[in-house]
Unconditional design. Structure first.
Length: 368
């Protein structure tokens, strides 16, 4: 099964590259562009719609794979015999895959509407919560299911899952404030989650992550600084939704290991996404402290704060890539450590990285 991962990445990369190129040329004809504004860092209109390419580069291979799985059964003498072992498993995952595609479509369309004509922050949040709650309940995608045995039963697990996916969805939306930032961090995180899923044997999740990674890399060819196209909310919220769901679907415990012995493995997603979550929390605090809604955009993101302290925009983006890669490397190792002490060392490494970020942000602003 591991042999299918590189082809899936290449397939989604090729689709994303071609589709982004097409959208880049077509979007301006329909006036689907992001115009400069008071909090925008670009000075000329840029095409929107990169999210369309990312969406199609992930969804089209998924739908094609489902058609093949249900229309064809490999013979024992076939070259696909190595895949045949997983054929029944892929068929079993079909309902979940279709429900996930439906949620992706809904959040993508919501983002397109917001890109075309800005929605109010509360109406957008309510719509996101409705989509995510429907998916969590309908597909029974839940984290921390051990809460089922306590007083609140499934409700606690459902609420925590909805809050987690909504937080990640908006974290990547918040990160979409500088060329290549949101898509690049998502690519780093997807790589970490892909490695973790392969090491544990989570094949469905690994396949989805491979397609997401390919789609992101294809789009980044046009979105890395200086960007010639933006993904918009239709892409950033889609990325956040998919990563949020896939982190819930992954069982980070090694086969044969109990939750009591390897409880620390459940923190893998938090460590991989420590930087996006840090930015989400700090920006929300700054906005609330200034008497503003946490969902109203501004230039107080981590990337903006680093630029104000002397970094170039490209250097700030690369710095945040490296921060995410540093926390991700600890997260990949976390399920494989044998003692709580080793786990706490990795937790400490993550907090130290966040501490470095906080110290950098305290550096005095350069004199005008």
């Amino acid at each position: 099964m591991r042999l299918l991962i590189p082809p899936l990445i290449l397939l989604s990369f090729g689709l994303s590259f071609v589709l982004t190129l097409i959208v880049k040329r077509v979007a301006p004809r329909f006036g689907f562009v992001d115009k400069p504004g008071h909090r925008k860092i670009h000075h000329t209109p840029k095409p929107l719609g990169g999210g369309i390419a990312i969406f199609l580069a992930v969804v089209l291979p998924v739908l094609a794979a489902l058609v093949v799985v249900h229309a064809y059964t490999p013979a024992k003498s076939s070259d696909l015999q190595s895949v045949a072992t997983y054929w029944d498993g892929m068929r079993f995952q079909t309902p979940l895959a279709l429900k996930l595609v439906g949620a992706m479509l809904a959040i993508h369309v919501l983002g397109l509407v917001d890109d075309w004509r800005a929605m109010g922050p509360m109406s957008k949040l309510i719509a996101q919560l409705a989509i995510i709650t429907t998916l969590v309940v309908w597909a029974d995608i839940r984290a921390l299911t051990f809460f089922d045995r306590y007083a609140l039963g499934k409700l606690a697990s459902i609420v925590l899952t909805v809050l987690w996916i909504t937080a990640i969805t908006n974290a990547f939306n918040f990160l979409d404030n500088m060329d290549g930032l949101s898509a690049g961090i998502a690519a780093v995180a997807s790589t970490a989650f892909l490695i973790a899923a392969l090491l544990i044997g989570q094949w469905f999740v690994a396949a989805m992550l491979a397609m997401l990674l390919g789609a992101l890399l294809g789009f980044l060819c046009f979105n890395f600084s200086p960007a010639s196209i933006f993904m918009g909310d239709s892409g950033s919220t889609l990325i956040g939704l998919l990563l949020g769901v896939l982190t819930i679907r992954t069982t980070y415990l090694l086969p044969g290991k109990s939750l009591g012995a390897g409880w620390y493995a459940v923190f893998v997603p938090v460590i991989v996404l420590a930087i996006p979550l840090y930015d989400l929390i700090v920006v929300s605090i700054i906005r609330i402290r200034n008497g503003k809604s946490p969902f109203v955009g501004d230039t107080n993101h981590l990337s903006h704060r680093l630029v104000r302290r002397g970094m170039s925009r490209r250097m700030a983006v690369l710095c945040i890539y490296l921060m995410t890669a540093a926390t991700s490397s600890a997260a990949i190792v976390l399920p494989h450590v044998d003692t709580a002490f080793a786990a706490f060392v990795l937790f400490g490494q993550t907090f130290l990285i966040l501490g470095v970020v906080a110290v950098l942000e305290q550096h005095p602003l350069p004199e005008a």
